[in-house]
Write a protein that binds this ligand. Structure first.
Ligand SMILES: NC(=O)c1ccc[n+]([C@@H]2O[C@H](COP(=O)([O-])OP(=O)(O)OC[C@H]3O[C@@H](n4cnc5c(N)ncnc54)[C@H](OP(=O)(O)O)[C@@H]3O)[C@@H](O)[C@H]2O)c1
Length: 248
């Protein structure tokens, strides 16, 4: 299938690790121009850009911290100066912390809601003037946002907000920017490996039809498709990519 991504400008947040990195490299293989968003890991982000170039794509790395609106201004300004318009925005970056339901303090609650929900909203808002015609945006949520998660309720609440925010955004932009959401289940990344440490060892066997966690590439395949012109009639959807957990 031709995904129609050649020379399209795509900005992936959280592309210095895990799912975002897999998305960025996959876009590169489709010959896209990829803006690789990172927060702390510049060295890895630069390596991702090199990998993209080695595979026929192009791009550059840009720093952003979703919990700091000034950093978002600087990031948007840099993108505007370097490429002008973008064709796709992948709101993937996120963070988690494993804290029992009755032990979350205010600072931790605010930090998680800020980086996982408030930051993506303001980034999308600041990017509005930069969207080319027939652009797309894909939010990355989590199954935790659909099921609840007592071991990280702040994260789960933020991700439920992500799913809802993606629908508001889809309705706001209508045909100008096609907005969708991908909701992964357990995926073997830095975040996923941390999460599984505290999980019941039988979790994978009992809860997942796949009987295993996802690779980052398996989530990226769906994100890249949803962002591409090949998904041109998919609007406002939330796609579960969770190995068949909690069938809805
Ligand atoms: N892994 C799973 O099991 C799983 C399941 C469901 C949903 N998800 C979601 O999938 C997305 C990607 O997660 P992942 O598993 O790939 O995690 P990961 O390997 O830990 O990567 C997270 C990425 O987000 C960036 N990031 C974190 N906080 C940020 C902030 N405040 N501002 C800007 N960038 C920030 C990190 O940048 P630096 O490393 O440069 O700091 C990194 O590139 C997240 O939204 C996550 O919630 C993951």
């Amino acid at each position: 299938m031709n995904l129609g991504l050649k020379n399209k400008v795509v900005f992936v947040t959280g592309a210095s690790s895990g799912i975002g990195r897999a998305c960025a490299e996959q876009f590169g293989k489709e010959f896209a121009y990829v803006i690789v968003g990172y927060r702390n890991n510049k060295e890895i982000a630069d390596q991702v850009v090199e990998n993209i170039k080695d595979n026929g794509g192009d791009g550059f790395a840009v720093r952003l911290d979703l919990s700091d609106l000034n950093s978002l201004d600087a990031c948007v300004k840099e993108i505007e100066g370097r490429v002008g318009k973008i064709h796709s925005l992948i709101l993937n970056a996120g963070e988690n912390s494993l804290t029992p339901f009755d032990a979350i303090e205010e600072d931790e609650w605010d930090a998680l809601l800020s980086s996982n929900l408030k930051g993506p909203y303001f980034l999308l808002k600041k990017m509005i003037p930069l969207f080319a015609n027939s652009a797309s945006a894909v939010f990355v949520a989590s199954i935790a946002g659909q099921t609840g998660a007592p071991g990280h309720a702040h994260y789960a609440a933020a991700k439920a907000g992500t799913i809802n925010l993606s629908k508001s955004a889809a309705k706001f932009f209508a045909s100008r920017v096609r907005v969708n959401c991908v909701s992964p289940g357990l995926t073997m990344t830095r975040m996923g490996e941390e999460a599984i440490k505290g999980a019941n060892p039988e979790y994978l066997q009992k809860k997942l039809l796949s009987r295993r966690a996802a690779t980052p590439g398996e989530i990226a395949n769906v994100v890249v498709f949803m962002a591409s012109p090949a998904a041109s009639f998919v609007y406002g959807a939330t796609i579960d990519v969770n190995g068949g957990r909690e069938l809805r």
